[in-house]
Ligand binder design. Sequence first.
Ligand code: TA6
Length: 277
Amino acid sequence: MTQLPDPRTLTCPAATGAVYDYGAHVVSWTPAGATPVLWMSQKSDFEAGKPIRGGVPICWPWFGAGRTKSMAPAHGVARLAEWHLEGQTHSDDAATATYTLTDADVPDALDGSWKATYVVSFGAALQLSLTVENTGSTEFSYEEALHTYLTVGDITQVVVSGLAGSSYLDKAPGGADAVQEGDLTITGETDRVYQTTADVTVVDPVLGRSLVVSTSGSAQKVVWNPWIAKSAAMPDFGDDEWKTMICVEGANALDHAVVLAPGESHTLGYTLSLGAA
Ligand code: TA6
């Protein structure tokens, strides 16, 4: 397998970040004066053809095994493709990179002609924007998620707020779909697709910070922690790494897949920022 070249590092007075052209995969973001915010497995692969276990995988044009529950590779092809760097900008407030990918690059992604544009902005907040345009003459639909891995001090002490009252699909073994009552705490394998557009806050008393996830053009938030057994079953995930991570994703999946008529486009926006301690 081919080891990836080093990621691009983007720096400005407000933050530093790193992103691979492969998958347009953001692998780190550190606001000025803070500790790194994105989580990365110490056992992740960094090889063409394999997913990177951490940072912000782009899940597109399907989520998980897709609506048929038989799609492969998991979470689609965008995170395994070589995106094209179209440009970079630097200012005091943010360093940005703009990537594109088209049907010419990944012809088997979906039936149709399309162009994806992904803008990454490393500043006091991490701002991500995934726009897909239907450049063809036939309608198509797709699922998507920005599958962000967050570093926490101790998952058993984390409180996730902002989900109260939202219904969720529970994908964990033995899970039952329900409505979230109050804040969410993680006490086992947690794999939930919440129907909500609200901000979600991860309160981390150990690191003394909170992380706020805001989205636009996203019908769902996905919250995932693999806990003990699933962590042990993943070769690119350390057995004890579940203790210091949580995924809070912005998504449009399942019955909230995006449908684009010819000429239409859709943007999924994801903003991660440091909140109060
Ligand atoms: O977003 C949560 C999830 O769908 C989990 O079910 C788990 O499979 C996770 O994504 C990781 O997926 P990956 O394909 O990166 O191993």
